[in-house]
Design a protein around this ligand. Structure first.
Ligand code: NAD
Length: 268
């Protein structure tokens, strides 16, 4: 499969180039960076800590997509929307790991998904997607007298909060309760907040150091607490998940898919 990595010089982009290199049956068709990036013209293999692979970082996404089967995208919400339109135009699958997407970004992805397969997940790891399935189940089992709080910690360079994974876990909790996360989420608490409103789903964000991604879902009731957690030790696992999603996308009908679809976890 011919794969394009966009944002190829980023933290995840470099991991993606490496994961493509290591995946049997996959070849790096192109490496794309934003116009004006200091990385344009550099060898994508060298940037990823591999031997030179003669794939030069370019800002010409349209030409890159025209000669590929799928694009791996861990960039920014606005870029992802632009790449979705380009991928749909080229008829190639779009694997989206970008987080911090707002309703307007999601609506644009949905529109593009009528023309091509888009697989989007705030977290591409098996462990987190399994955790989400467990959270959905626990949340459906326990009543609303159990408060749900999601605590996450990431490295100091992360620009969005709560993390895409925390939102994914919050959505799983909301689905379990058959409620809308947008109506129940409490993402910030500061000052005199008053008592906790029953049925809400709270988020707490920690930032610091080099933490790859820690998540904990706390179910707290009167006198007991159940905690489910996941620790990501290496971001290469997200890149490997994205490559797995690209392979899975081969021959898929247009539509918006999740990592749970790729991993066959929906039945849980
Ligand atoms: P980063 O800032 O290191 O990398 C982003 C890269 O995208 C940069 O190199 C930037 O120049 C490039 N970029 C931005 N706009 C572009 C454009 N228009 N065209 C081409 N390239 C462009 O960030 P990161 O830590 O690699 O994270 C990227 C995204 O992936 C974030 O949203 C992050 O939360 C998300 N993420 C998702 C998962 C997951 O499993 N879904 C895991 C880790 C990170």
């Amino acid at each position: 499969m011919r794969l394009v990595v966009v944002g190829a010089a980023g933290r995840m982009g470099r991991m993606l180039v490496k994961a493509v290199h290591e995946a049997p049956g996959c070849v790096l068709a192109a490496a794309v960076e934003r116009p004006g990036s200091a990385m344009l013209g550099q060898d994508a293999g060298l940037l990823a800590g591999l031997p030179a692979n003669k794939v030069t970082v370019t800002d010409d996404a349209a030409s890159a997509f025209a000669a590929a089967d799928a694009v791996l995208d861990f960039t920014t919400p606005d870029s992802t929307v632009a790449f979705a339109a380009l991928a749909a135009q080229a008829g190639i699958a779009h694997i989206v790991g970008t987080t911090g997407l707002e309703p307007r970004h999601l609506a644009a992805l949905e529109a593009a998904a009528s023309r091509t397969a888009i697989i989007r997940s705030g977290n591409m790891s098996l462990g987190v997607n399994l955790l989400a399935a467990l959270v959905r189940k626990v949340s459906a089992t326990l009543g609303t007298d159990w408060d749900i709080e999601i605590v996450e910690m990431h490295h100091r360079m992360k620009v969005d909060a709560p993390s895409g994974t925390a939102v994914l876990l919050g959505e799983a909790a909301a689905q379990g309760r058959a409620v809308d996360l947008a109506e129940k989420r409490v993402a910030v608490r500061d000052g005199h907040t008053g008592a906790r409103e029953p049925g809400t789903i709270g988020f707490a964000t920690l930032r610091g150091g080099t933490v790859v991604g820690d998540h904990k879902v706390v179910f707290a009731s009167m006198g007991e607490r159940l905690e489910l957690s996941h620790i990501a030790e290496d971001r290469s696992l997200f890149a490997q998940g994205a490559v797995k999603a690209a392979l899975w996308s081969k021959g898929r009908a247009p539509g918006l898919y999740s990592m749970a679809d790729v991993l066959g976890l929906d039945a849980l």
